[in-house]
Design a protein around this ligand. Structure first.
Ligand code: F6R
Length: 248
């Protein structure tokens, strides 16, 4: 289903509420909530609202376990552009989550063997916890979810990938020039994302309207990996009016 909100602030508060409700439901049954998280500009207001709920309403993240979708490769966690830094600054440093419960792909591994072993273990950690309760997604202009660029297989798992040229252009500003953007990343696969019990894909602004039209209404194809989401019964597209503006 597609839900359109008047603006991204209202939409983000709704998504944050959904996350908070899941956390509280798990809390009251003595269990843990396993969340799949995204970086980028899209979820920033969701995280801001979760931080507000923590500070003003006592929402606790003590029972929350998180797995981020992706990280650039190579990337040092302390670098300004790392997704570790992003998550700390936008969420983790402001809530009571146990940092041992935070998982973000490791951009520091030296060999392809180490990366492959890390990726297998990432999948195993998710599976051992019973899978992701909820996966939050943005969408790239290539149609990527996570860093599953055009050509990704629907059953793909966590792996090392090559970033699309357009994705690197879109990241150029953060890195002070496209030449500084890593050419690779470690990402959860389309298959990893699919196993989540709930998937919420968010998109804001006119800028995302044409890729949202393809993702929601286009032919299902690995050329636009987000179209695979049409095959899932657990997906919700949450849009603002700009991102929804080309839908029929
Ligand atoms: C981020 C990620 C990407 C972004 C996408 C949109 O962890 O996996 O798929 O969600 O590139 O980025 P923004 O939100 O910056 O437009």
């Amino acid at each position: 289903p597609v839900t359109v909100y008047p603006n991204q602030q209202i939409a983000s508060v709704q998504v944050a509420k959904r996350i908070a409700d899941l956390i509280k439901a798990r809390q009251s049954s003595g269990g843990k909530a396993v969340l799949g998280l995204a970086t980028g500009v899209t979820p920033i207001r969701v995280y801001a609202e979760l931080v507000r709920m923590h500070k003003e309403e006592g929402l606790s993240f003590k029972n929350v376990i998180t797995f981020n979708l992706d990280e650039y490769y190579p990337m040092q966690p302390t670098a300004a552009q790392s997704y570790v830094t992003f998550m700390n600054e936008n969420l983790f440093d402001h809530i009571d989550i146990d940092k041992n419960n935070v998982h973000i792909p490791d951009g520091t591994l030296g060999t392809t063997e180490e990366v492959a072993a890390f990726c297998l273990n990432y999948e195993k950690q998710i599976t051992d916890l019973g899978g992701l309760d909820m996966q939050i997604l943005g969408i790239g202009r290539t149609g990527h979810i996570g860093f599953n660029e055009p050509g990704s297989a629907p059953n793909s798992g966590t792996r090392l990938v090559t970033l699309d040229d357009l994705t690197r252009s879109d990241a150029a500003r953060d890195f002070g020039g496209k030449e500084n953007v890593p050419t690779k990343a470690i990402t959860m696969g389309v298959g990893t994302i699919f196993k989540a019990r709930e998937i919420i894909l968010m998109a804001w602004n006119q800028k995302k309207a044409s890729i949202i039209k393809k993702a929601v209404e286009g032919e299902i194809s690995g050329e636009v990996p987000a179209t695979f989401l049409q095959l899932s019964e657990h997906v919700e597209f949450i849009l603002d009016e700009g991102a929804a503006s080309e839908l029929t």
